[in-house]
Ligand binder design. Structure first.
Ligand code: PMP
Length: 443
């Protein structure tokens, strides 16, 4: 038995021994197409020579320098690059080691911003019911994934919650998309007012929902409305782009497509593309200026912030995305994958919705297409799909039943940006096989 606490304490997963392009290989010699980039991480695939070379070069130069003593050229370059590509107003970057740390950092930066402005009474974050923001206690508290939160609930701060923007499930009969959006924004405003706007720090949301829903995009004006409400009440908009950011949706930041700029943006996963554990918080310049002219320090820090080898990996990933014009590639391949999914699944009796942006796409599975009734959570259809897909040599990222039992199962696809059209076709074929096998197993 393995000494590692794996996800299942009963089972040791296959051992990955090699990775090249869009495939991983296990110790038995079996190869798997990585159609989910792990969990939307491996945006350049595996074994990318340019990223590996950049990391080697940085290890040779300087593997580690603690940020209490030094900065490094590569971390500075990465920060400059991220700010240059970021939405309007972003002026500074805090480099961390992953997504949960990025969200923790964003929450603390937001709180300190108000404390430095003499508004100590602001202590609340508002978040959405269908959300995942990480597994550390602060990030877990703002996330709305009840299944993950439940055992730890007494340790978590109180977070007022609003409905997610989930048109497929929640738009009411006879309601237009605009009316549905207005209803959500009314609820957010009422929640801010009920909490007392002067007590609220910020509103947290994933621009395109990842793990808890499967690539759920917002309605067209939703985030414009969110931004307007945040401005009206002087609260910060914190965008969690840990999963949907860094090019995954076809723009560097998913929120660019909604035409608004958040005050804080958390990124990770695709930032290091799996070559190094790295995340970042991008902050509006005004937040940093207040801290600079106030206490002069952000009361936070971890041993591995700004790790030079991780920064070198992330900078190389950025270089490759720019050099190879991969954002355009994501848009094109995303459209191709969507069309292929439509060809195979659009009239499938158990596929209720095909959605997403760029190469961040998902299928939502339903027992009944007409009523949108999900499969019973006890059937664990998502787990059966994952297992069958692995048998077919395919990695996909299914989830299910984690919100309120009503939301059902979905399969998330997030292949590397370098995926070819032929490989996409193979992914869809294997997914179809895995889905058939899984449905046979649960019915
Ligand atoms: N936020 C979002 C939107 C995520 O999808 C995740 C990871 N699935 C996290 C935060 C946490 O990131 P990490 O697992 O790197 O801590």
């Amino acid at each position: 038995m393995s000494r590692i606490l794996h996800r299942s304490l009963h089972q040791t997963p296959p051992m990955a021994v090699g990775g090249q392009g869009i495939c991983l290989r296990d110790s038995q010699g079996k190869t798997y197409i990585d159609a989910s980039g792990g969990a939307a991480v491996s945006s350049l695939g595996h074994g990318h020579p340019d990223v590996i070379a950049a990391m080697h070069a940085q290890i040779d130069r300087c593997a580690y320098a603690h940020t209490a003593f030094f900065t490094t050229e590569v971390a500075e370059q990465l920060a400059d690059r991220l700010v240059a590509r970021a939405p309007a107003g972003i002026g500074a970057v805090y480099l961390v080691s992953g997504g949960s740390e990025a969200m923790e950092t964003a929450l603390k930066l937001a709180r300190q911003y108000f404390v430095e402005g003499g508004e100590d009474q602001r202590s609340l974050f508002i978040a959405r019911r269908q959300s995942y923001h990480g597994n550390t206690l602060g990030a877990l508290a703002v996330g709305g994934n009840e299944w993950r939160r439940k055992p730890f609930a007494p340790l978590l701060m109180d977070v007022p919650r609003v409905a997610p923007c989930y048109e497929y499930r929640d738009r009411l009969e006879g309601q237009t998309t605009a009316q549905y959006t207005a209803m959500l924004l009314d609820e957010l405003e009422a929640t801010i007012l009920l909490a007392g706007p002067e007590r609220v720090i910020g509103f947290c949301a994933e621009p395109v929902v990842g793990a808890t829903g499967g690539a759920i995009p917002p309605t067209p004006d939703y985030f414009r409305g969110v931004r307007a409400l945040c401005d009206k009440y002087g609260i910060l908009f914190i965008a969690d782009e840990v999963m949907c950011g860094m090019g995954r949706t076809g723009t560097m930041f998913a929120i660019e497509q909604d035409g608004v700029a958040p005050d804080l943006i958390a990124v990770a996963k695709g930032l290091g593309a799996g070559y190094a554990p790295i995340g970042a918080v991008l902050a509006n310049g005004a937040i940093i200026e207040r801290l600079r002219s106030g206490s002069g320090t952000f009361l936070h820090g971890h041993t591995y912030i700004g790790h030079p080898v991780a920064a070198a990996a992330a900078l190389a990933v950025q270089d490759v995305i720019e050099r190879d014009d991969l954002l355009v590639q994501v848009q094109k391949r995303g459209a191709t994958l969507r069309r292929m999914l439509g060809d195979v699944f659009a009239s499938h009796p158990h596929v209720g919705d095909i959605r997403g942006r760029g190469l961040f796409l998902a299928l939502e599975l339903v027992r009944d297409r007409a009523t949108r009734e999900p499969f019973a959570p006890e059937l664990k259809l998502h787990a059966a799909i994952k297992a069958k897909a692995m048998e077919c040599g395919l990695m996909v990222y299914p989830m299910g039943g984690t919100i309120d039992g009503r939301r059902g199962d979905h399969v998330l696809l997030a292949p590397p940006f370098i995926v070819s059209a032929a490989q996409l076709s193979e992914i869809v074929t294997r997914l179809d096989d895995a889905l058939k096998a899984a449905l046979r197993q649960v019915s």
